[in-house]
Write a protein that binds this ligand. Structure first.
Ligand SMILES: Cc1cc2nc3c(=O)[nH]c(=O)nc-3n(C[C@H](O)[C@H](O)[C@H](O)COP(=O)(O)OP(=O)(O)OC[C@H]3O[C@@H](n4cnc5c(N)ncnc54)[C@H](O)[C@@H]3O)c2cc1C
Ligand SMILES: NC(=O)c1ccc[n+]([C@@H]2O[C@H](COP(=O)([O-])OP(=O)(O)OC[C@H]3O[C@@H](n4cnc5c(N)ncnc54)[C@H](OP(=O)(O)O)[C@@H]3O)[C@@H](O)[C@H]2O)c1
Length: 461
């Protein structure tokens, strides 16, 4: 490798302020005092899915933010550039790239996967990404949300997101008043006519992806009965799985099948094993009215096989919680099968060779699995690759600092800076005080977020 003149300080852009972006930024800043980082996000608020995915009643999880916030402690070396879309309808990635030695893509996996069944496009059929975004007050989903005016809801999937969605729909709205839920969302949940949430799980109790703690928490909900519909599989005894968490789930489910927690509760969560939706049935107005569900058997290699036996469940809302996919990033290779960017230890690979100065971290790197903490080691790996490469990377043709802000403005973008976010943060906390008993209430509409962020800016930046 030819040696380049010393170009310190190095400038790195991290695109995406979710856990993976922030853990990567933190690792870069900690490792070398001569690294400066801009954390860029399309939203006016930082933290990605910690703010817009983690369920509102997971208050302990939200406290992760207290650790993530410290990434921005050294204002001389790290900036937040929110409200800054990179790519379509924002600043093209290659233009932004001209200001940095290295760019780390930490854009997550925001696309809802499809079931591929008839009726999936009916009104009242939504992906978990869209539904969770709504109840988490994401600006792209702000509004009244899907109608909750019928007793039945179907949730498809057996992961933690399916559990989150079922729990938020089933638990009494008053129990969510002490969270950050936007008023519109809280009002809709208060008026909800939902009584039965059917969780369709395509395989057996030994195959679920819920974590034991999430599953067990369903038994603690006020006035909610949890019914296990397993076709007698548990009573007959399932082969003991090797994984501890699977064994714990089976223990819990076996106990519940015999003695449903919360029996007689006003609302019910039905865990329906070995069931797949085969068709969503619409009413005359084009809205979901029910789901045709097929019974499955487990075949070779734990694969599911439909038996042809079907039943219809009444439902006014269907939420697919069957996982996510990443979106291609303009100018970077993309693996359609996994919905990720090919990489080696975070270095983007094109035709097996590293693309100089381009890196990935988090869900866009490894796919849509793993808890918040998983992104720490992932971010550390990517940061280590960036740090090793920086001395050999070419000097960017354009300066950093204010020149980046000017460039963004040329593309019609007015970034939300860290101080602006702090004002928005304070405004949400003030709303929390007004509601009482909660730390914050989210502001969901983008315009209102921007007003709160810029309300009393003292100088143009
Ligand atoms: C519904 C849900 C609930 C979850 N709950 C928990 C939980 O309770 N506990 C737990 O440990 N884990 C939970 N997880 C998992 C955890 O949230 C993820 O592991 C983690 O958020 C992935 O981090 P990330 O940084 O890769 O992506 P994300 O958190 O999605 O962050 C991506 C960021 O990139 C930004 N971005 C995307 N595209 C662009 C662009 N073009 N330009 C600029 N910015 C862009 C986005 O706005 C976002 O801020 C949950 C996941 C989901 C889906
Ligand atoms: N509290 C928490 O810690 C928390 C909360 C939310 C999310 N998370 C994490 O975030 C990640 C994403 O969660 P997730 O729930 O979206 O994904 P997930 O854990 O991958 O679960 C996806 C579920 O969808 C099912 N599925 C996939 N395709 C299907 C289809 N066509 N029909 C029916 N079912 C289908 C899968 O079943 P098969 O197994 O049969 O494929 C699986 O049960 C996970 O790592 C999760 O642990 C954590």
């Amino acid at each position: 490798m030819t040696s380049l003149p010393d170009q310190r300080p190095y400038r790195v852009a991290v695109i995406g302020s979710g856990p993976s972006g922030l853990y990567t930024a933190e690792a870069l800043l900690e490792a070398d005092p001569d690294v400066h980082v801009d954390v860029v996000d399309r939203l006016p608020a930082p933290y990605g899915l910690v703010r817009y995915g983690v369920a509102p009643d997971h208050l302990k999880m939200k406290s992760v933010i207290r650790a993530l916030v410290s990434t921005f402690d050294d204002a001389a070396r790290v900036r937040f550039l929110g409200n800054t879309q990179v790519g379509d309808s924002g600043i093209p990635g290659e233009i932004l790239r001209e200001h940095y030695h290295a760019v780390v893509h930490a854009t997550g996996s925001a696309v809802d996967r499809a079931l591929g069944v008839d009726g999936e496009d009916l009104t009242g059929s939504v992906g978990s990404g869209a539904f969770v975004s709504w109840y988490c007050g994401h600006p792209d989903a702000a509004g009244p949300g899907p109608a909750l005016d019928r007793p039945g809801v179907v949730v498809v999937g057996a992961g933690n997101v399916a559990i989150d969605v079922a729990r938020v729909l089933a638990r009494p709205a008053e129990d969510l008043a002490a969270t950050d839920l936007h008023d519109t969302v809280l009002d809709r949940l208060r008026d909800s006519a939902v009584t039965d949430v059917h969780v369709l799980i395509r395989r057996g109790p030994q195959h679920v992806r819920f974590t034991p703690a999430e599953l067990r928490a369903l038994a603690k909900l006020d006035d909610v009965e949890v019914r296990v519909h397993d076709d007698g599989v548990l009573a007959a005894g399932v082969e003991e799985p090797a994984e501890r968490r699977m064994r714990q789930n089976i223990e819990t489910l076996t106990a519940w099948a015999a003695d449903p927690p919360g029996a007689g509760g006003r609302r019910r969560i039905h865990l329906r094993f070995l069931r797949s939706p085969v068709r969503l049935i619409g009413d005359d107005g084009g809205r979901v009215a029910g789901v045709e569900v097929q019974r499955n058997e487990i075949g070779d290699g734990d694969r599911v096989r439909g038996t042809g036996e079907t039943e219809v469940l009444d439902a006014g809302l269907v939420v697919r919680a069957i996982g996510y996919a990443g979106e291609p990033i303009a100018g970077l290779p993309f693996d359609e099968a996994t919905g990720t960017v090919p990489h080696d230890a975070g270095r983007v690979l094109l035709g097996g060779e590293p693309v100089r100065g381009s890196y990935v971290t988090g869900w866009i790197k490894r796919g849509p699995t793993g808890v918040i903490g998983t992104n720490k080691a992932d971010g550390a790996e990517t940061a280590a690759s960036v740090l090793a490469d920086l001395p050999g990377l070419a000097s960017p043709p354009r300066p950093g600092g204010d020149a980046v802000l000017e460039r963004l403005r040329e593309f019609g973008l007015e970034p939300v800076l860290w101080d602006d976010w702090q004002r928005l943060d304070a405004a949400e906390k003030a709303l929390g005080e007004r509601r009482g008993g909660t730390e914050r209430v989210k502001i969901a509409e983008r315009a209102a977020m921007l007003d709160a962020a810029r309300g009393s800016r003292t100088s143009p930046r």
